[in-house]
Ligand binder design. Structure first.
Ligand code: ZN
Length: 449
């Protein structure tokens, strides 16, 4: 057995104690566990022991019309586990023929054998017909219970097909998440920028206003009410969007919400940087005002936001972001962050009244595990749960630098950010895969069905 000793164990409260791991499970938790000669002892004094963190929003190995993400499963999951994330939930796209099952199999093949943390998938619904409806049912046997629709981009669904998708997801008891931005209004504002010749990244947030997000959230909530089934908003970015969620909840609509570190830490000053630097911050929805950032932080404190994921979707600055040097609409949208999420949020929570390690576990591990059917195997320190564990050193401070990251991308939007403490050791399925910040066992991730 492995005995992790003297750590501050984080669940509903923080308690000092020991954890015994046998095989891939936690087998005992007590204030003191006496090791035998055969046991290996790992000292966690001065550290928090967290259940492995879950990043429920990544885009590894994603191909679009312009280019392919810089991180595939190999590099992305290495970065994830080094940063304390033991399970990622990646978005799988339908195959070229439009099949969900084929698309799932393609994604699974890309992840298997090369992933250094555990993985699972959400399935995107990019069109709706009888075949898709049947396949949503078939996905359950494959371990996929969460789906996503887009209200923006070329593959967006119209309201009738969102309604039909939600009905189909309801029939299997799944979760439907939505990218909430009104794509038609983005298109009309983008066209106006083009006519005015305003083609720099500064135009990006002007074409993706907070009202455009709020309107789409309102529409999704209305569909949720009509189908009488909960809906999930991914990457909430604005106060206007938050107000729509409050109103929806007040009228009895069940709606869960995810936000991301970029909306809690960055603001729209990043769209006024010299040269072409602002392209590094082009993601959708975009970074908002300081007032939006403060409102979202307060919503995290209040429990109005349930989960924090990254929306990691990395593109190199050189060669990929620069595709849009003369036209911001050609800049691939997305930023990296899977490696820095835990330490950035640990630091923010440490500095924010009403937040701390208990809330960190709730938003980055327990709540995503509950929402996506992984609880209590994951998301909690408990006897019988999977031994996915993070030992986080409390002391010390470090500065985020792209040159130190395992992400396969040439920049980080968090360059120069100071973080408190660090991920020291990580256990994945009972094996210690990270020792003193070094990845010693690669490719040990399994499909978290
Ligand atoms: Zn995304």
């Amino acid at each position: 057995m492995i005995i992790i000793k003297n750590g501050d164990l984080v669940s509903d409260a923080v308690t000092q104690g020991d954890i015994a791991v046998d095989g891939n499970k936690i087998v005992r938790i007590a204030s003191h566990i006496e090791p035998t000669e055969d046991d290996r002892v790992v000292d966690a004094s001065g550290c928090y022991v967290f259940p492995g963190f879950i990043d429920a929003h990544t885009h590894f190995a994603m191909k679009n019309a312009m280019t392919t993400t810089a991180d595939d499963f190999q590099s992305g999951t290495k970065a994830a586990v080094l940063g304390g994330t033991t399970t990622i939930i990646n978005f799988a796209s339908p195959s070229e023929t439009g099949s969900l099952v084929e698309g799932f199999n393609e994604s699974l093949a890309k992840a298997q054998g090369v992933s250094s943390c555990n993985y699972r998938f959400h399935m995107e619904i990019t069109h709706f017909d009888k075949k898709v409806e049947t396949e949503i049912k078939a996905m359950k046997q494959l371990g996929v219970t969460s789906f996503k629709v887009y209200l923006a981009y070329g593959f967006r669904l119209m309201d009738d097909d969102i309604y039909r998708s939600l009905e189909a997801v309801k029939a299997v008891g799944g979760v439907l998440g939505a990218h909430c931005e009104n794509g038609y209004l983005i298109d009309v504002l983008t066209e106006k920028c083009r006519i005015r010749g305003e083609l720099s990244p500064a135009s990006h947030p002007l074409c993706h206003t907070a009202e455009i997000e709020a309107e789409a959230i309102n529409r999704l909530a209305t569909i949720g009410k009509m189908v009488d089934y909960p809906v999930h908003v991914v990457h909430l970015s604005s106060q206007a969007g938050l107000e729509e969620i409050r109103q929806a909840r007040a009228s009895g609509i069940q709606i869960t919400v995810e936000t991301c570190p970029q909306y809690l830490l960055l603001d729209d000053s990043c769209y006024h940087l010299p040269g072409f630097e602002s392209a590094k911050f082009m993601f959708s929805p975009p970074a908002r005002s300081r007032a939006d950032q403060i409102a979202l932080r307060q919503a995290v404190v209040n429990g109005e936001i349930q989960t924090i994921a990254t929306d990691h979707c990395s593109y190199n600055f050189d060669g990929q972001k620069t595709l849009g040097r003369d036209d911001f609409t050609k800049v691939p949208n997305g930023i990296p962050g899977v490696q820095q999420r835990v330490s950035l949020m640990y630091t923010l929570f440490h500095e924010t009244e009403g937040l701390g390690p208990v809330q960190l576990v709730r938003l980055l591990s327990e709540n995503p595990a509950r929402l996506y059917g992984l609880y209590p195997q994951k998301g909690v320190l408990a006897v019988g749960s999977d031994a996915d564990l993070v030992i986080y050193k409390k002391d010390g401070e470090s500065v985020i630098k792209a040159e130190n990251q395992a992400e396969n991308v040439d920049y980080t939007p968090y360059e120069g950010f100071k973080v408190n403490g660090c991920v020291k050791d990580v256990f994945l399925n009972g094996d210690q895969v990270v020792v003193n910040d070094k990845l010693i066992v690669k490719n040990n991730g399994v499909y978290a069905k």
